[in-house]
Structure formats: structure tokens, C-alpha cells
Design a protein around this ligand. Sequence first.
Ligand SMILES: [Zn+2]
Length: 570
Amino acid sequence: MNCTQISVVLAVGILATPFIGAQQTAAVPEVPGLPHAALAAAASIDSEKIRAHVRFLSLDLLEGRGPGTRGAELAAEYIATQFAMAGVEPAGDNGTYFQSVPLVAVHTIEGKTNFSFVPASGQPVDLAYGAEIVAKDQTGQETADFDAPIVFAGYGIDAPEYHWDDYAGVDGKEIDMKGKMALVIVNEPPSDDEKFFKGKALTYYGRWTYKYEEAARRGAVGVLIVHRTDLASYGWEVVRNSQSVEKSYLQGDPSATLRAAGWIQHDIAQRLFTLAGLGDLDKAIDTAGTPGAFHAVELPVHLKAHIESRVRRYESSNVVGRVRGVSENNQAVIYTAHYDHLGIDPDARGDKIYNGAADNGTGCGILIELARAFAQSPVRPPHAVYFSAVTAEEQGLLGSQFLGMHPPVPAGQITLDLNYDMLLPIGVPRSVSLGGAERIDFWPAVQKVAKAFDLALLPDPTPGAGHYYRSDHFSLARVGIPAFSVDQGELFEGHDEAWGRAQFGDYVAHHYHQPSDEYRADWDFRGNAKLARFGFVLGWLASEQAKTVEWLPGDEFEAARKASQASKTK
Ligand SMILES: [Zn+2]
């Protein structure tokens, strides 16, 4: 098929589809290196097919797609069926489309859980669970009892690239954390220097998940993160509420071994400091953020704990499909989008079903259309292309974490992951936000393709918020795979940015993670289709490269990439 024919196809599509307006929005621009047949496949991506998927996946019938429920299974079966109908091959367990993901949900029973500070001399101090301290037993056991020395480990960060080790004691040697409790500060050392913890941007070291993982690697029994509202950028109530519901983990996750992964309220941490004779906590926090000024210290106080948990083991699945490439070698591109959402809240008033139409019916609709377009392309992509609808994103990126730990081809051979999450279908975007894409050597190609698609590239508006670490692509980046999400900016055809901002503001305030995130017949899916085509072209070009895409030298994921490539022969 040639370009003239493509315009004919598009024109027919436009006539048959009342929702498509301006002709240029449906077009796929000429991009150097992209064969015409691939361009035709990209052009076949149909906004109305995406609409149909989003509508189905967000029906009340699917009960909010909570992982481990019937609704989520229906969604997974639907996606697998769409893959099969399009000619996408199964790439899950045992020749199926499904990769089983074993999960465990843990809920700390407030009334039966007790914590106290036990000083070397003097009376123990009992803590009020919820108001002063919260914690989860990550191991999925029903009771935990321990009496552990507390070590104040600053920000809880070991970052050799910044010559920073919060676990080094006064003699410069690392304190042995086995069986001990780490007391650490939320966030990371303050910095205006790009070369030191990336300046104002939050690195992964500042995320609480990192602090838990690092302490677990060191054999700690638990972690208490000191909450201070200004450093956390949210109040204690947010911590408390998020701990009052069950939290899921991957069963047997080697990085989730803490018996108490918790938080402690600022004033209570001050009380602990006073008990330990360490003086002013805020002063200690300042010192902990000053290069060369801090060393870890074991307190003359133990944390005594009895934790009871309600535990529920369950299974969910990632859906995984593949389109074969021309080359038989294992280099592969992968597309991801999570299909799970929050399920049903039996205690909600009125509408109890979290339909998750935008979050993330839209990403799934895009993923399914991408898979269909690749499978039905008149020419095969240069290398294999994988498509995975992942589960349990809302539980903490768990399905994608499992996919990263058990990828369909070795992680070192996956050249690029493009992820789609929550693309509000409100028109045709003229800007995109691709946080993380600037960190890989494929970035010049990304810039070229964005320009061809009339998409302005936006910098991350809030680098300090650490958005990169909060979406499924991160699960693949942490095993070294170059990865980013394709997201739209605020500028849409026919509107100014203020309009786009107002639309997103309204969605976040009234529908995001609420039962009202429902399918709307007046939604305009042309933008979803445009960004699917954009991602199609990026994936094809990445697939065409003789060598895998890599992180730029010095990137925080470079070490993981090298490790995965060193072991790729297995
Ligand atoms: Zn969500």
C-alpha cells in the first residue's frame, strides 16, 4: 500500500466516522525510516474502536475491575479475546495469554496491634496506633512480635553515585541492620544542584518505597519513616488513611520482607529523640541533609511490637501477547497499560462501582488497538513486539513489577517500554508529556516523531513530585528497561492551554479515583488514537534499531540495565 492509498483509507474512515472532524488529525505524518506499509498500519488505528473498548471495560458489569475479582477476570478475558481476534499470539504462561500474578493483601488490625518505645532505663512508652504510628507486615504472616534496637539512619539512602551512605556510622563503617528497626526521614536531602540528587527533582531515593526496600536488603526487621508535613507534602491524615485499608504485595517478593513497614508522626519521633537523649529532631533532620555532616546512630531505645494482620491471598493475571518480528533474535519492544481499577466499595453511598473509564480503560483501549494494528500490519515489525495489560497497578504497580521480574524475553533484550495510563479523551492533543524519555539515547528520535505529529514536548511541570516512579513504566525501568509513559499535555486543537488545564482540573477534582470516572458518549477519542499512532511509530522505529535502546550514561537505571544485559545469555 502506498501513501495515496493511505489517504483514501483515511478519507473513507472520516466519512464513516461522524466523530472525526479535521482531516489532518487522522493522518500519520511521514517519518524517515518508517516504511509506508507500517505507516498504513499506524493509520488504521481507529478512535472508534478505542471508544468501544473503553465503553465495554468500564461497564458496571465489570464491577470496577478490582484485582482478584470476577470483574478483573472478565476484563482480562476480554483483552485476551481481542488479542486473539486480531491475530496477536499468546505470550503468557504455558501458551496462554495469561501470566499468573500471586498477591497477598494485608490489613493491620488496629485494636490488636501494639507498639511501645522501651528505653535502656525507665518506663516503656506505649504508642497510639493510627494517631501516632502505623505499619504493615509485608510478609503476609498473621502475627509479628519483635523487640528491636532502633537505628536513626538519616534519609535511609545509600547512593554511591552521590557518595552518600546514611547507614555509615561514626567510624565510617556501615551499621549492621539485621533484626533492627530503621528510623528514617521522608524525602531526600534538599538540593539545588543538578548533580546532587538531581536538584529539585525527586529521585527514587526520596520515595518511601525505596526506603523500605533498602532497609529490607540490609536485613532490617522494619522501618519507621518520620513524617513531617512540609517534607512529605501531605498531612499525617493521608498516611493514616492509606494505612487503614488493606495493602497488597506480590507473594514472595524478595524486596518486601519487613515485619513493620511504617510511619511515625513527627511529634512522636521527637519524643523518641528526647528519650534517647538526641535532642532536637528538626535540627537532626537539617544535619542529615548536609553532605558530610551525618552518620547513623543506634539509639538506646528499642521498639517493641505486636502486630496482628488480616491476610488474604489471591491471584490475578497480566495479559501478555506478541506479534512476531522479521528477525528471530530476541530484541523486543513492549507496550503496557494497566487494566485493573479500584473495584467496588460496599460502604460507599450511592454509586459503589469504580468504573475506571479514563483510569485506565483509555490506556487499555489504546493498547488493544496498537496490538491489532501491529498484528494486521502488511509488513511485520523488524523485531518482536509485546503487549501487556497489567494488573494491580492501583495496589502499587504490582502487576508490572511481576512482569519486570518475569519478562516474556530477558529484560536486557527489551529495547523499550511504552506505557499508557489515563488519557482523558477530550480532543486532539498538540502537546505531550513523556517524562523519562529525555534520559534515553532514543530521545532524538522521540523529538523528531513528536515534531512530525505536531506535538510539543513538555517538561515535567512538577519534578519534585516524582511522577516517574508512580506509573507502570517504572517497574520496567527498575529492571533496567528504557521506559516511559506517553501522556498528553494541556494544549488541544481548537483550545488554549487554560481550557485543557480546566478539563484536567475538573476530572481530578470530581472523577479521578471516584465512582464517577464513567464512560461518556460525548467523549472524543481522536486524541487517544493520535497518541496510539504516535506510540506505534516510536515503537516501530525502536524495533528497527540494530542495537537496543539504552539509558544515557550516569542514569540511575544504567546499573540495572548493565546487570540485566550481563545475564542475558541465560
Ligand atoms: Zn488510578
